[in-house]
Design a protein around this ligand. Structure first.
Ligand SMILES: [Zn+2]
Length: 183
């Protein structure tokens, strides 16, 4: 029997605290007055699938990236990303703002300054590019998420000539950090 099933009140307390954290975080983002908020469209179902077992020609087991993925998966599930995005979307709509979900593919690997591909695994927390741009991994990813969000949506055309204020959301290992960029 799991710890949480033996201690249901502890689980309820955690769920309540998590929801409160989601509400407070959403309020904080909304209060920045951004017109559009770009978030990673995380498919938690896909992320929770186990990686395939990899073997070489001699049957020796090779790394399949499961350990790194487990950390990320745990973080996403623990933090209830989809619940947060739902709360944020609801609050944004009430405030006349929009939440744009963006496919995060390669957003942590591409340099947001020069577009070079800079491969790094999850343990590398700093983005360091040959072009000279150095940034926190999540900040670099957030800027890319904003770019992809603008490029892939109809927002760009609608906003031509108008100053835009945007908020980015970033998830870190176990907490979310919010970065606001003004341009
Ligand atoms: Zn670069």
């Amino acid at each position: 029997m799991s710890y949480f099933r033996q201690q249901p009140h502890i689980y309820q307390k955690i769920a309540r605290q998590r929801k409160q954290f989601h509400n407070e975080s959403a309020n904080r983002l909304i209060s920045k007055g951004a017109k559009h908020i770009f978030v990673e469209d995380l498919n938690t179902k896909g992320l929770t699938k186990r990686n395939k077992v990899k073997q070489d020609e001699n049957g020796k087991y090779l790394s399949n990236g499961q350990a790194a993925k487990s950390g990320l998966t745990k973080s996403i599930l623990d933090n209830g990303w989809s619940q947060f995005v739902d709360i944020l979307t609801h609050k944004a709509a009430n405030a006349g703002m929009s939440v744009v979900k963006v496919n995060p593919k390669n957003t942590s690997q591409i340099c947001s300054c020069c577009n070079a591909y800079v491969p790094k695994d999850l343990s590398v927390r700093v983005h360091e590019c040959a072009c000279g741009y150095i940034a926190d991994r999540d900040v670099n990813a957030a800027i890319n998420i904003k770019k992809v969000g603008w490029a892939s949506s109809s927002l760009k055309n609608a906003q031509v000539g108008q100053p835009a204020r945007e908020a980015h959301t970033v998830i870190c290992d176990s907490v979310w950090e919010y970065v606001t960029m003004y341009c």
